[in-house]
Design a protein around this ligand. Structure first.
Ligand code: SAH
Length: 345
């Protein structure tokens, strides 16, 4: 029987496991504290756990935090961390420092099945879902790499994969990351889950009471253009998506983020900007414009800067908070839409 990885079990699952092994729930809470709060991954170092409990645990479980196979540094300070799992599949996280923040972009799947035309990860197709342990593991590994002085402060689920297509593992990882007592204790508002717009998943997430931020990869303001760029729009069109967002529960002052990749002559006209402003009207929204990041074989180009700024102006004039987000790590293949690792032979 293969042994279960304790990393990725929620505090309540760890309590259940402790009971299964004949110990009290308290032992499960201690385990959670060692791993998630103290960053200790060695059973032998968990000094306040009884020896026989540790021995029984060791028969049934392992504690595994992935070790990056490769770490590449960008000129802008960001790091790309590539992981290779036992089955040979590879994923990456990107750590992005900015003033007093360190944002970690984590992957949720190996590859992605949604085939957005402008996204390199989309080209490789979906291989498999990551487990909750592999998702949380990316955060634990990054924190370990950063050393005792620094820690990841913000987490964005914007790496490889579609978070809401791996719903259960993503929600478990969010519970572990946000649990203030027994988990990593990240404030929900420092975590953002980004989606291509899977309406049932958005509605379900809204009912979890996790209070993390939601980002929508919108990229177009008409069904015609969005359907061409993102096949998912044929299943959930703009009307369905915006209806779900209008009822999405937000905390006071919390906003929904809209990602909009700027593609030359495709979605970047002033008329597009006006349509976008109209589309998000009535929603507490923040728009992030992402100038397209190039990759070999892509059929798109980045618009000239003046057009990006003119597009932004239309939104700002309509009273919508809008930033231009220049991706980090473009020189190391770590920017938005550039994540692809060689597929095992
Ligand atoms: N699947 C989720 C999570 C990935 S987030 C989602 O799509 O939201 C990655 C973000 O980068 C998405 O907004 C995606 O549309 C954007 N992106 C993809 N390819 C890009 C490219 N070549 N240049 C700029 N942004 C890109």
């Amino acid at each position: 029987m293969s042994r279960v990885n304790l990393v990725g079990l929620s505090p309540s699952e760890l309590e259940d496991l402790a009971v299964e092994l004949g110990a009290s729930r308290y032992r499960g809470r201690q385990l959670a504290t060692w791993m998630y709060k103290k960053g200790v991954f060695d059973l032998d170092a968990m000094s306040d756990l009884p020896k026989d409990f540790r021995a029984r645990l060791a028969e049934r479980a392992v504690i595994e935090v992935p070790e990056p196979e490769r770490v590449t540094a960008s000129r802008d300070g960001s790091l790309k961390l590539v992981y290779r799992f036992a089955d040979g599949s590879r994923i990456s996280s990107v750590s992005m420092p900015d003033d007093d923040r360190i944002t970690l972009c984590v992957s949720t799947q190996v590859g992605c099945g949604f085939e957005c035309r402008f996204c390199l990860t989309g080209v490789m197709g979906l291989e498999r879902n990551l487990t909750a342990g592999e998702i949380v593991g990316q955060v634990l590994a990054a924190n370990r790499l950063l050393g005792s002085e620094r820690r990841v402060t913000h987490i964005v689920f914007m790496g490889m994969g579609e978070p809401l297509a791996n719903y259960a593992a993503v929600v478990t990882s969010l519970r572990i990351l946000t649990d203030p007592k027994l988990g990593l204790g990240y404030p929900p508002r420092r975590i953002t889950v980004s989606t291509v717009g899977l309406v049932p998943g958005i509605e379900k997430l809204g009912r979890e009471d996790l209070r993390v931020n939601l980002a929508i990869s919108l990229h177009a303001a008409t069904d015609e253009v969005r359907g061409r760029l993102m096949p998912v729009n044929r299943s959930f069109d703009l009307a369905a998506l915006m209806a779900a967002l209008r009822t999405y529960p937000l905390a006071p002052r919390q906003r929904i983020f809209f990602e909009y990749v700027m593609l030359d002559d495709v979605n970047d006209s002033l008329a597009d900007a006006a349509r976008l402003a109209k589309l998000v009207r009535g929603i507490r929204a923040k728009v992030n414009l992402i100038p397209f990041n190039d990759w070999e074989g892509a059929e798109f180009r980045r618009p000239p800067l003046p057009r990006i700024l003119a597009f932004q102006s239309v939104l700002l004039d309509a009273g919508i908070t809008t930033t231009v987000r220049w991706s980090k790590g473009e020189d190391i293949g770590a920017a938005c839409g550039q994540l692809r690792e060689p597929v095992p032979a």
